[in-house]
Design a protein around this ligand. Structure first.
Ligand code: FAD
Ligand code: DLZ
Ligand code: SF4
Length: 521
């Protein structure tokens, strides 16, 4: 091929419908895929996360070759591998002498910055195409946000419902008469509830090779590598989706916020890794969910809840990320500065809720939304953990974590570090919330009903410590202002007991050793 088109495909762009591929002819295109050290270690990702991405990339390359595409695949251990996307594109230009590089926009700001330098570095045309696997383009989101005093997911979500027609009646009103059945998504768990297991996929030869590579190269990264059961190719991801729709969707809605020890993912879909890699099409999943409702196989609160997570939250956080980067990564509205505790990496804490959420994170590179938000995240918020340390942790430990989705959830939804741009109030909660929504407290050494003193649930005193130390920043917020009236009614002695209990607890926290999240220089 003389002067072909070079199409770099990044690790989370594994879709046959990718915009960069659509306009290309097989006989004049070279697809470039790159395993690079820089991406594998900008944080020290969980071993399963790297294994998943490398295995999915290798499967995708094999699938493309089978379909007749020419794929130039650079493995991590290639002795000439430069370790970065830009370095590998430079080497590929020497090999293939392309006339054009055609790439779908990356999902992350860091990579976008690198690509923006390519026109100066490389002597060929660079074409950057929108990633239309997302429903809402950057421009559309900016236009929607422009001129609004504050952004709310709910308003954005309604736009997306109208745009897609999902769960919409012909007269333009929402199915069932309401836009949102969030209030029907908060059933506490039943003790004897047993969710059908999500399918696990036996590692094939490609995955086994990648697992061996993980043992060699990433042994010091956090997390268990095996058993490894993630879907690594589109056909496996489709099987996982089939299983979700036939066995879990029905109860997804009511038990979305429930947590049960030993049932790590309950009725959740476990599809985020496949959606984010590009193995599943998010809109197609929503249409399937809608069909399940139309066929009376799942109730509206479950179907609407699932669709809201995808065309609502997922699209909203992506738009929000690009609107607020790079500032979002630096934001620290509450001036939180405490180091992340070591137990976030070891699980070694006698707070049973946290220990269990760290365990599932270590074993599965996954925890479900409420574990991430109301146990792990809530702790970081009320204990005042430094946002940078929290961001690194979430980005490293979850198999579905990419900065575009992790950062708005951590900085905005969990930590209020963005000053309330994403969520209208901090999701701070005492032990009572965790006790209502889980069975964790029953087996815990701490007593959730005890507010202060030795043996009291630490979340209780930390909650008031958080409220008290952030009073000046939060008292004007109409959604939580009234909480201060309760605090004031307690009187000075009781307040002192709360604050002292929290201080005593905070003094016991061991800071995480360096080197867990980032390679030490
Ligand atoms: P389900 O509960 O079955 O939900 C269905 C789908 O909706 C998910 O697969 C996902 O694509 C989407 N979704 C649900 N909630 C969100 C959300 N808040 N933001 C964006 N998409 C959402 N999700 C990621 O994909 N990557 C992350 O790095 C990530 N980091 C998070 C960090 C924090 C602090 C919090 C609170 C949430 C985070 N989430 C992240 C969102 C959510 O927790 C996961 O998408 C979900 O747990 C994945 O499991 P599931 O596929 O079973 O989800
Ligand atoms: C997360 C990740 C990892 C661990 N490794 C690679 C890699 O070696 N090659 C690759 O193309 N992508 C990898 N990824 C995913 C990328 O970080 C992701 O595709 C981009 O950063 C999106 O901007
Ligand atoms: Fe967590 Fe407190 Fe319940 Fe223990 S008592 S599990 S620390 S909420």
């Amino acid at each position: 091929m003389t002067h072909p088109i070079l199409v770099p495909i990044l690790g989370d762009q594994l879709s046959r419908t990718l915009s960069s591929l659509r306009g290309c002819a097989k006989n004049e295109t070279i697809i470039l895929m790159m395993e690079v050290w820089g991406e594998a270690t900008y944080v020290k990702h969980h071993k399963q996360k790297i294994a998943l991405i490398f295995s999915a990339m290798r499967h995708f390359a094999a699938e493309l070759r089978e379909a007749g595409w020419r794929v130039d695949y650079v493995e991590l251990t290639d002795p000439d591998n430069t370790g970065s996307f830009t370095g590998e594109v430079a080497r590929a230009i020497e090999r293939h002498n392309p006339r054009t590089i055609c790439i779908t926009e990356p999902s992350e700001w860091r990579v976008q910055q690198a690509i923006e330098e390519w026109p100066d570095k490389f002597d060929c045309l660079i074409e950057l195409l929108p990633d239309d696997r997302f429903l809402c383009s950057h421009r559309e989101f900016r236009e929607w946000a422009d001129g609004r005093k504050s952004l709310t997911m709910e308003h954005f979500y309604r736009e997306m419902r109208r745009k897609t027609g999902l769960l919409m009646r012909e007269d333009g009103t929402p199915e069932g008469g309401a836009w949102n059945y969030d209030a029907e998504n908060r059933e506490p768990p039943k003790g004897d509830m047993i969710a059908p297991p999500a399918p696990k996929f036996e590692p094939d030869e490609i995955t086994q090779e990648v697992i061996a590579l993980m043992h060699q190269q990433f042994g010091d990264h956090f997390g268990d590598l095996e058993p490894f059961g993630w879907p690594v190719a589109a056909r496996e991801a489709e099987q996982a989706a089939d299983a979700f729709f036939s066995t879990r969707l029905e109860k997804f809605g009511p038990y979305q916020d429930a947590m049960l020890h030993g049932q790590d993912d309950l009725y959740h879909s476990m599809l985020s890794t496949s959606i984010n890699l590009g193995l599943l099409d998010p809109l197609d999943l929503c249409r399937r969910a809608e069909q399940a409702y139309k066929d009376s196989k799942a109730p509206l609160n479950s179907v609407e809840g699932f669709i809201r997570q995808i065309i609502g939250w997922r699209e909203y956080v992506r738009g929000f990320y690009w609107l607020h980067m790079p500032g979002l990564a630096e934001a620290n509205e509450l001036a939180a500065a405490r180091p992340l505790p070591e137990f976030f990496w070891t699980g070694d804490t006698d707070m049973r809720c946290l220990a269990d959420c760290v365990r599932t994170t270590r074993e599965d590179a996954h925890a479900h939304h409420i574990q991430r938000l109301m146990v792990l995240g809530n702790f970081c918020l009320i204990a005042g953990i430094d946002p940078k340390a929290v961001q690194d942790w979430y980005l490293a430990v979850y198999a579905d974590a990419y900065e575009w989705v992790e950062l708005p959830n951590v900085s905005g939804m969990v930590l209020y570090a963005d000053g309330g741009k994403l969520a209208t109030k901090p999701y701070a909660a005492s032990g009572n919330y965790i006790n209502t929504m889980s069975d964790y407290c029953k087996g815990c050494r701490y007593k959730v009903s005890q507010k202060t003193g030795e043996g009291a649930c630490p979340f209780n005193a930390l909650y008031w410590h958080f409220m008290d130390r952030n009073r000046d920043r939060l008292k004007g917020n109409h959604r939580i202002g009234r909480i201060y009236a309760n605090w004031d009614r307690m009187g000075a002695d009781r307040q002192r007991e709360y604050l002292e209990s929290a201080e005593i607890f905070l003094d016991t926290l061991q800071p995480a050793r360096k080197g867990w999240a980032r390679i030490e220089n």
